[in-house]
Design a binder for this molecule. Structure first.
Ligand code: SF4
Length: 726
């Protein structure tokens, strides 16, 4: 008997006329999929496909990757530098020399007048690691401002901070292969199918071969929660209470791995005294998960031979994000689940090269996970770069989220934004809009000339897209993968590496230092500086990375392959070699629903879009599936307020308001609404964004709003459609 396709017409795939496939790595999320871009005979990018022998994605791509080749010809790419005296003037196209001369001259003028730290630099998780390293060298070794950070403070800072506090260093200890070995998985605040579809597919493949329990902790019934064995709809912002209570049960019922705790951790006494206060009865009243379920999940996790935790923004974007991460680490330390197959604390990173900036950009310190606070690290890097070690600050400066208030109060007068878009991504964007108007000088460096921040800039520098240059990205599982240059940059756009090097030449100190002009040359410096360190790159080079479709650090000199896991020997990066069990009380400081503002406002991602839509908003095949800002609202709450399905509603917070289309769904409880964060002038007009005290990451997901119907908007939208149909 014939089944399936044998009895039907075969599927015909349109011949796109591809004559050459070029290897590269996807430039959107941190999954790190190996991708090939197909070029036709005229050299135009016409197709993209996953690379079959790449262990990360095994031939698959999500919708963003499938249409990534369309970026090369997308609308509003910057093709020439632009300049103007004041942000109210019109931009004028200028030469690269003119734009860079003005940038250097303004930075010098402002630093001479107001001090070195009056210039701030905010970069990204999107550029290549060699570019991050070079920007760090330029910032720390030449320009000399300490107010330098990346937009990763909005997404990964709590994970970094939590790893450092628990293990003594940043660096996710696990890998995707852990799905194939684990016996229990808890996902905290992670909607994996939409955020990281290919990692989710890896999990589903593992589950097809061998069933193990999947537990999803999320206030919303996400796509991931719908497939989970157990969904814990925790009250917003109370994950630390749940985690302390899980630890309470594990210790009290004798399921902890005592041998591991004694051999490899410190701080047990203080930690156990703290979690003793979080009995499930008390915890249930705060976090909303009943006491029996807390006990059941704790037993399930602790009794598994190997158990792992993954998390994303639901943990990180919180006033206690760093504590939440450290509490997940606590859970895995007391159960002996670090550094073994299937047992790990794996933060799923956001941007394609958020890891690269953490490792090499010098934002939070010096390259190669070195610290400004350590004299030896300052001296090593100063000698390597040819800089006086006294030129370096002795502790890190402001985080991104502190830089904007410092502009408001006049401490910072100039801002250089590299591939980041705070007018959409920061909380309370009405305040950011006012803040940017206070600057004396602002530079925006981006692949797109219409990125919202150009409204307030004096100089716009057009940058090449990911596939228009060469270098490496590091993904969530510490895999360094190669981005090959698929085609020349658009118009007169330049690789970020070229821009940084050219700016360095405009400083006397920069001319004295060596700024390698090629990515391979920069990579050699990184290799040398990594040798013998935890993030050892010394066994890698660009060709070897491509041949293996990515190599996980550490990969020591002469080693054929990298290492999938960290801390396999139980030795951590704190001075005593032990991991710290941290005692962390829950502090309830969120803005919460009240009589005047009765709804929790939650935000997150949709699969079609990436971050602020600078790119995906331009790709028809992606944007058409999610073109409009919308709000998920429980039908009972909507009925009470007389807000029909697919009508418009206005949300009002203490910061501002926003109008969105309403979708009725049971995915959110009656006291909560959810809005995707990708859209300009939308959810972040409302958010408060209180900061985590360690990571300075904003609590995007916990604030309160009131909601009212917006019938006028509906009439306006209808009139707009009618007008367009004539
Ligand atoms: Fe790219 Fe991430 Fe999609 Fe993979 S999952 S194709 S890395 S956006």
């Amino acid at each position: 008997m014939l089944f399936g396709r044998h009895t039907k017409n075969p599927i015909k795939i349109a011949d796109k006329g591809v004559t050459d496939w070029k290897y590269t790595t996807c430039g959107y999320c941190s999954t790190g999929c190996s991708i090939e871009v197909g070029l036709n005979a005229q050299g135009k990018a016409v197709a993209a496909r996953g690379v079959g022998d790449a262990s990360v994605n095994q031939g698959k791509l999500c919708i963003k990757g499938i249409f990534e080749h369309e970026l090369f010809n997308s609308a509003n790419r910057g093709s020439t530098p632009l300049m103007r005296d004041k942000p109210i003037d019109a931009y004028v196209p200028v030469s690269w020399d003119a734009a860079l001369d003005r940038t250097a001259a303004e930075f010098k003028r402002i630093q001479e007048k107001y001090g070195r730290d009056s210039v701030a630099i905010v970069s990204t998780g999107q550029i290549l690691t060699e570019e991050f390293y070079t920007l760090g060298k330029l910032t720390r070794g030449v320009i000399g401002t300490n107010n330098y950070d990346g937009n990763t403070t909005l997404c990964m800072a709590s994970a970094v901070s939590g790893y450092k506090r628990s293990f003594g260093s940043d660096g996710p200890p696990g890998c995707y292969e852990d799905f194939d070995h684990t016996e229990c998985l808890i996902a905290f605040g992670s909607n994996l199918p939409e955020q990281h579809p290919i990692i989710y597919w890896r999990l589903k493949m593992a589950l097809e071969k061998r069933k193990f329990p999947v537990i999803v902790v999320d206030p919303r019934v996400t796509m991931f929660a719908q497939m989970a064995d157990i969904h814990l709809p925790v009250k917003p912002g109370t994950d630390l209470v749940l985690l302390n209570s899980l630890a309470h049960v594990i210790l009290k019922e004798g399921f902890a791995d005592r041998a591991y705790i004694e051999a490899h951790t410190s701080g047990y006494d203080e930690f156990s005294a703290l979690v003793a206060q979080y009995d499930p009865v008390t915890a249930a009243r705060i976090c909303g998960i009943d006491e029996d379920t807390i006990r059941h999940v704790a037993r399930l996790y602790a009794k598994a031979g190997a158990a792992m935790s993954i998390w994303t923004m639901g943990i990180n974007q919180s006033t206690h994000g760093s504590d939440g991460v450290a509490a997940i680490n606590n859970l895995n330390l007391i159960t002996g689940n670090i550094g073994k197959p299937g047992g790990t604390s794996l933060s799923i990173t956001g941007q394609c090269n958020a890891m690269g900036t953490r490792e090499w950009s010098s934002c939070s310190g010096l390259p190669g996970y070195r610290a400004l606070e350590k004299e030896k690290d300052r001296e090593t890097i100063a000698k390597f770069w040819g800089v006086n070690p006294e030129f370096f600050p002795k502790q890190r400066g402001m985080f991104m989220t502190d830089i904007f208030p410092a502009i408001e109060t006049g401490q910072i007068k100039a801002l250089w934004l590299v591939a980041t878009n705070p007018l959409t991504s920061m909380p309370n964007t009405p305040r950011i809009r006012k803040t940017l108007q206070k600057l004396e000088f602002m530079v925006v460096q981006d692949a797109y000339a219409d990125v919202e921040t150009t409204q307030y800039a004096n100089v716009y520098l057009p940058a090449a897209l990911w596939g228009e240059k060469e270098g490496v990205f590091t993904n969530t599982e510490r895999r360094v993968n190669l981005v090959r240059k698929v085609m020349a940059p658009h118009g007169d756009a330049k690789a970020d590496l070229w821009i940084f090097n050219e700016l360095a030449k405009r400083y006397e100190q920069g001319r004295k230092m060596n700024f390698p002009p090629t990515p391979a040359g920069v990579f050699e410096e990184m290799r040398a500086l990594s040798k013998g360190r935890m993030l050892d790159y010394s066994g890698m080079d660009h060709d070897k990375i491509e041949a293996q479709r990515g190599i996980q650090w550490p990969c020591t000199e002469g080693a054929e392959k990298g290492n999938p896991r960290l801390y396999t020997d139980g030795v951590f990066q704190h001075a005593d070699g032990k991991a710290k069990l941290l005692a962390m009380p829950f502090i309830d400081n969120n803005e919460k629903p009240s009589e005047d503002y009765p709804f929790w406002l939650n935000s997150g991602r949709v699969v079609e879009h990436f971050h602020t839509r600078t790119r995906t908003g331009k790709i028809g095949n992606v944007n058409k599936f999610s073109p409009t800002p919308y709000m998920e609202m429980n039908p009972d709450a909507a009925a009470r307020l007389n807000i029909p399905h697919m009508s418009y509603a206005r949300l009002i917070s203490r910061r501002g308001d926003a109008v969105v289309m309403v979708q009725h769904t049971q995915r959110v409880p009656p006291d909560m609404v959810f809005i995707p964060f990708h859209f300009h002038e939308c959810v972040n007009r409302l958010t408060l964004g209180l900061l985590d005290p360690y990571s300075r990451q904003p609590a995007f997901k916990q604030c309160s709003v009131k909601i009212e119907p917006a019938p006028n908007q509906q009439a306006a939208a209808a009139a707009n459609v009618a007008a367009r149909s004539f």
